[in-house]
Design a protein around this ligand. Structure first.
Ligand code: NDP
Length: 333
């Protein structure tokens, strides 16, 4: 007798990670369901780009509405839930602090409450964020590093992190948070600085000139490759016990190095095309953030394989392919 396939429910399936996680789970034989705030209006362009649109079932769900969350979980009866939805931009969170808090913290609480209410043996992954650590200084952040959030987004993610820990300890839920550092791909929404740089480099290479305005180019970050990071999400839910994990490359680079890598994909010198615009600076900024995935390496067998330079190169070439109407083959995974 063959075992029946597992069912996964991905809240926020239309985003970057939702697409890559869908691909991973389908490859493992899962039945995949996913939600968008309005599944009828959403184009699910990432799923289409990945060739998965017809292979996942989609539903509308508003995570700030408990009834909506409960209904979709009761209908899908998942073995595993991945919560990847919510307002995901640090910059936008300064303009929309309440929306950010509710779409992350209230939403996570609603999922936890629904799982608890249904009393089903569901395993729950919550998308935590390295932004919770604030400045890490010269030592990489690990699971026991203190949280010092520096944006409404980071405050919301910190709240959600403690909600998950609290429900795990209080009610024995199999619930865990992945504290993920920045992970990028050609699926990143256009408002994110890495995609903005990649798109500008491709446009300037095609046009033979031009400039792009960016904020603080000296901030240092730990950038990884999104398709690898969703492997860690899945691995966390296969453990005998729920635990939180930091997921990172451990390599830190200034934003200027990301620009250098993206422009050099076309043989261009970034310094000739990048301008610094003070109006793009945030009210408070993390100077340096990087992490240690030593625990993930030891317990999940996970470590990052793709480093910043290659991430930037692939994103820049993917933007050029988009401009030229060429296939993105070889640049998405
Ligand atoms: P995306 O922004 O690509 O996708 C998030 C999805 O959430 C969107 O597709 C959207 O789906 C939904 N969403 C957007 N805004 C709101 C809102 N205001 N209220 C409710 N839902 C909203 O994010 P990623 O896939 O990159 O990230 C997945 C999760 O991981 C997010 O929670 C993010 O904050 C977190 N994270 C991401 C990191 C990264 O580097 N990518 C790093 C650490 C954490 P729809 O419009 O269909 O409803």
């Amino acid at each position: 007798m063959t075992a029946s396939p597992k069912t996964a429910l991905i809240f926020g399936i239309s985003g970057q990670d939702g697409g890559y996680l869908s691909r991973l789970l389908l490859g493992k034989g899962y039945v995949v369901h996913g939600t968008s705030r309005d599944a009828e209006a959403s184009a699910f362009s990432n799923l289409s780009t990945l060739g998965l649109r017809g292979r996942v079932a989609t539903h509308s769900a508003a995570l700030t509405d408990f009834r909506s969350v409960l209904q979709v979980i009761a209908k899908v009866e998942p073995d595993e839930i991945y919560n990847l939805s919510g307002q995901s931009s640090v910059g936008l969170s300064f303009q929309q602090p309440v929306e950010t808090l509710e779409s992350i913290a209230t939403a996570t609480l609603n999922v936890l409450e629904a799982v608890r209410f249904l009393a089903a043996p569901i395993r729950f992954y919550n998308a935590g964020s390295s932004e919770c650590f604030g400045n890490t200084g010269e030592d990489p952040a690990a699971e026991d590093s203190p949280f010092r959030p520096r944006s409404p987004y980071a405050v919301a993610k910190s709240t959600a992190f403690w909600e998950v820990a609290n429900y795990r300890e209080s009610y024995g839920l199999f619930a865990c948070s992945g504290i993920l550092f920045n992970h990028e791909s050609p699926m990143r929404p256009g408002r994110f600085v890495t995609r903005k740089i990649a798109a500008a480099a491709a446009r300037i290479a095609r046009d033979g000139g031009g400039t792009v305005s960016l904020g603080d180019l000296s901030v240092r970050r730990d950038w990884g490759w999104a398709p690898e990071y969703v492997e860690a999400m899945w691995a966390m839910l296969q453990r005998p016990e729920p635990e939180d994990f930091v997921i990172a490359t451990g390599e830190v680079n200034p934003l200027s190095a990301f620009a250098e890598a993206a422009f050099s994909a076309f043989g261009l010198d970034w310094r000739a095309h990048v301008e610094s615009d003070p109006s793009l600076l945030r009210p408070s900024e993390i100077r340096c953030g990087f992490g240690s995935a030593a625990k993930a390496r030891a317990k999940l067998g996970w470590s990052a394989r793709t480093r910043m330079h290659e991430v930037a190169r692939r994103m820049a070439l993917a933007e050029r392919a988009r401009l030229d109407g060429s296939p993105l083959d070889g640049l998405l995974f």
